[in-house]
Design a protein around this ligand. Structure first.
Ligand code: PLP
Length: 458
């Protein structure tokens, strides 16, 4: 049998190899092997091109991480320049140029008070590090009973054991339940499902009251609260009304527990500001970053902490207060070099300013064209993060049964029309690259609307 490399672009051969050897993430492989896989060969701006030469708009930003499009010259150049120097050197016991420079730049743009950068290589590790840091912080401070975490119902923080524990999702994690540590779970102010279309302010007041009571009751056992600010992405784009993040941060402060924000999905411009917490004027004690940090090019993550947390770990070597955590590819220089170039583009190309009219356009189109559709139950948007929830019955909010695969069917229709998007169950997700043009955005919305109509009216 010839190898994939020698088969070049022979679609059928590649498909056979994929179906024979691969196990894809978050994928029912029985279904996958019954379908024709889309095999990507290259990218070009906001488009993905498959091995058969078909072009698709990347409406999911390659799993929510692409910022400036594919094959962005400045990012390609930064990568080439760094590779001309060194691809990888460890951060354990050694340092390197792009890692140092990037740390300074991250602290420059980070919410106030964050002073230290601890690198890793994906969102889940950024979260594990945050949890371990918070936990050890209290041990080092002598408050040894602070061993638990609070988090939001249906939060998603990644797929490692600690991240799964604080982010438990019934669908994703039920088989691993016995492995997960117990967590204090707070109901977020998810208006559409949790509070049955209560007014936003009433849902907010209710969720805050519940959080305040639970946190106050358990304050002596809690190390930290961790949350995704403004939008719980993987839950199905559950948005939070303004005021929730700020009030939770104040409740944490009042009760002396650490406040961790997971901005793996919301960070780097996704909500229209560099970090989602800026919408609320809030600064966490620990911030988790990944995905968009390299513009969507390379696996790099960072956990940022305050000097107060950092200084608790200082001492003589023999006191063994060090943070004994690290990964082989911690702070990979290629990732850091590209991240630096990406941050530069945010400035030189005024990415955040240029997004604003497109965010407004997106909002208008969602209201005018999607809201009236008979099976669109709810639309949730923060910047370029959008969830369109499809329901069988709009009046009663009755969901489509999971076996109906409604979201999956919509994205297959969209694919036929040259758009790549991904669903989360019955929620169709739109997550375009931040530099998408208005014309491309129009195409994304036209096709998504058409695909929803075709599938739900069938
Ligand atoms: C909020 C949030 N945290 C953490 C993660 C995990 O990131 P990764 O897939 O890079 O491990 C994700 C991934 O979608 C996420 O949305």
């Amino acid at each position: 049998m010839a190898s994939a490399a020698t088969m070049a672009l022979d679609y059928e051969a590649l498909k056979r190899l994929d179906h024979t050897y691969l196990w894809h993430p978050f994928t029912q492989m029985q279904e996958w092997t019954g379908e024709d896989p889309l095999i990507i060969e290259k990218g070009d701006g906001h488009y993905l091109i498959d091995v058969q030469g078909r072009k698709y708009l990347d409406g999911a930003s390659s799993l929510w991480c692409n910022v400036h499009g594919h094959r962005k010259k400045e990012l390609d150049d930064a990568l080439k320049e760094q590779i001309g120097k060194i691809a990888h050197s460890t951060f354990l016991g050694l340092s390197h140029l792009p890692g140092i420079e990037l740390a300074e730049k991250l602290i420059e743009i980070a919410p106030r008070g964050l002073r230290r950068v601890f690198y890793s290589d994906n969102g889940a590790t950024a979260v594990e590090i945050a949890l371990k840091m918070a936990f050890q912080y209290w041990q080092l401070k002598g408050e040894k009973s602070r061993t638990r975490f609070a988090s939001l119902v249906e939060a998603y923080h990644g797929d490692t054991i600690g991240a799964m524990s604080v982010g438990y999702s019934e669908t994703f994690h039920r088989f691993h339940l016995p492995l997960l540590f117990p967590v204090l779970r707070l109901n977020p102010p998810h208006v559409y499902r949790y509070f049955r279309r209560m007014k936003e302010n009433d849902a907010l007041a209710s969720a805050i009251q519940e959080a305040e009571e639970a946190i106050t009751r358990e304050k002596h056992s809690l190390a930290a609260l961790i949350m995704e600010p403004l939008m719980q992405g993987a839950a199905g784009m559950w948005s939070q009304p303004l005021g929730y993040v700020k009030t939770l941060s104040e409740i944490c402060r009042k009760n002396g527990i650490l406040f961790i924000l997971d901005e793996v999905a919301t960070g780097f411009g996704r909500t229209g500001k560099m970090f989602a917490c800026e919408h609320e004027g809030v600064a966490p004690d620990i911030l988790c970053l990944a995905k968009g940090i390299t513009g969507g090019y390379l696996p790099l993550a960072a956990t940022l902490a305050t000097e107060e947390i950092f200084s608790a770990f200082l001492g003589e070597y023999g006191e063994f207060k060090s943070f004994f955590h690290g990964h082989t590819y911690t702070g990979n220089p290629l990732g850091c070099a590209v991240a630096l170039a990406s941050l530069d583009l945010f400035k030189t190309e005024k990415i955040l300013d240029r997004m604003q009219p497109r965010i407004a356009y997106l909002k208008r189109r969602l209201e005018e064209d999607f809201s009236p559709l008979p099976h669109v139950g709810d639309i949730r948007q923060w910047g370029f993060m959008v969830g369109i929830e499809l329901v069988e019955d709009k009046a009663t909010l009755k969901p489509y049964p999971p076996e109906n695969r409604i979201g999956h069917r919509v994205i297959l229709e969209a694919r036929k029309r040259g758009i790549i998007i991904r669903p989360l169950g019955n929620v169709v997700v739109l997550m375009p690259p931040l530099t998408i043009s208005e014309e491309e955005l129009k195409g994304l919305l036209d096709v998504t609307c058409e695909s929803i109509k075709v599938v739900t009216e069938r």
